[in-house]
Design a protein around this ligand. Structure first.
Ligand SMILES: [Zn+2]
Length: 394
């Protein structure tokens, strides 16, 4: 048995912080959370006392690309061999964990490397966060992400693609409802997989008890995806009141990934980002921020996702997304929940991760500074005093 102590604690859900908190754990799970006054620490328990540090759940980033390293021009690594991508993914997983992200949802990886990495981490060969893996994405012929994704046209090909991914071990199915920024020759505003194809993906995944997520930037594609019952909208650049109302009705979540366009605009052409990517980012960026703020105001569940691996969007810098969401109008507490309990609920893992409560994995961060006053403290590596994954100090 172990006991973790600190100065204050955010449990991932409640507005009220716990002062002088004690978290008890047995094996890799939490058994009790309270204060020094309420929790009996057994005499033989190992005590991890983090002094005046702030305790909170390990964070979640529910949109990452582990095989991409954030280089300016994504075309450069298009022909990387499978082994090279696997080594990169392992390194990126370690950097992510060290930054305080104990769970990630991988949203597309060539050769299903994320699924294999997840298995290697579980087997103890590599250190890394818990991974909910999609494997390859499903896209139309020549569509967004077709390099490395599965091209499928028509509901039957989409069903076959979903079944192929499930056989490979996918935890979640990622589809492409619209074009996007980083694939040359497709448009972010254009619908891609059609309603019938999206319905086929949603149904086939649900039959196997799995959730679905879609890359969706343009309005028509987003609306079709929500209608089809896809569980989360990734990016969601062109939302309107009608689509937001439909998302609320269907319980569809939003993973905005504000970091992706932000890093592209901050660095630009001079840094080597291709012209087509900068142009398309300029087309979506302003509407993206407006859509995010509208969805937040309306009460759409929002989870933290960075799209890490896109240009200058580095694995390990994932916590910048909290700051970007706060700058775009989200409250600090909502941003902290987006990085913990809300993200966990969006991926169906709320009983395991994203909050500090009995029964959950003991994934705990000790942080210098108070993130409930300023989320920027989470983005500075020197402030992450300890990362505890399943009760083990990393
Ligand atoms: Zn992505």
């Amino acid at each position: 048995m172990k006991a973790i102590k600190g100065a204050a604690l955010f449990d991932g859900v409640s507005h009220e912080m716990i002062k002088n908190p004690v978290v008890l754990l047995e094996g890799d799970r939490i058994t009790e959370v309270g204060t020094a006054a309420t929790v009996q620490v057994p005499a033989d328990a190992e005590v991890l006392d983090y002094g005046d540090c702030f305790l909170m759940p390990g964070m979640l980033d529910i949109h990452v690309h582990l095989t991409s390293e954030g280089s300016p021009d994504p075309r450069k690594s298009l022909h990387d061999p499978e082994a090279a991508l696997a080594f990169k993914a392992a390194r990126h997983a370690q950097l992510t964990l060290a930054a305080g992200f104990t769970t990630v949802r991988s949203m597309g990886a060539k050769f299903d490397i994320d699924i294999q990495l997840k298995k290697s981490i579980a087997a103890g060969f590599v250190k890394g966060p818990r991974i909910t893996a999609s494997g390859r994405c499903i896209t139309i012929t020549g569509g967004h992400g077709h390099n490395g994704g599965i091209e499928a046209d028509g509901p039957w090909e989409v069903r076959k693609a979903v079944r192929t991914l499930l056989k490979s071990g996918a935890d979640v199915i990622k589809v492409m409802a619209t074009g996007g920024v980083l694939t040359e020759g497709v448009e972010p505003g254009a619908a891609e997989l059609c309603l019938e194809e999206l319905q086929a993906a949603a149904t086939e995944a649900a039959n196997a008890g799995k959730r679905t997520a879609t890359h969706a930037q343009g309005n028509t594609g987003i609306r079709q995806a929500v209608e089809a019952g896809i569980n989360s909208i990734e990016h969601g650049c062109f939302l309107d009141d009608e689509v937001i109302a439909l998302m609320l009705q269907k319980g569809t979540a939003l993973v905005p990934t504000l970091a992706a366009p932000r890093h592209i605009l901050d660095h630009g052409l001079e840094a080597g980002i291709p012209q087509y990517a900068v142009d398309k980012t300029k087309f979506i960026a302003e509407k993206h921020l407006i859509s995010f703020a509208k969805a937040y105001e309306a009460g759409v569940p929002i989870g933290l996702g960075t799209d890490a691996g896109t240009p200058f969007n580095y694995h390990g810098a994932n916590a910048l997304e909290l700051q970007y969401m706060v700058e775009a109008g989200m409250s600090i507490m909502a941003a902290l929940r987006a990085a913990t309990s809300t993200a966990a609920a969006i991926i169906g893992q709320e009983d395991n991760v994203g909050s500090l409560q009995p029964g959950c994995y003991a994934d705990v961060l000790a942080v210098k500074g108070d993130p409930t006053k300023d989320v920027k403290v989470l983005a500075a590596k020197e402030n992450i005093a300890a990362v505890i994954l399943g009760g083990e100090v990393i």
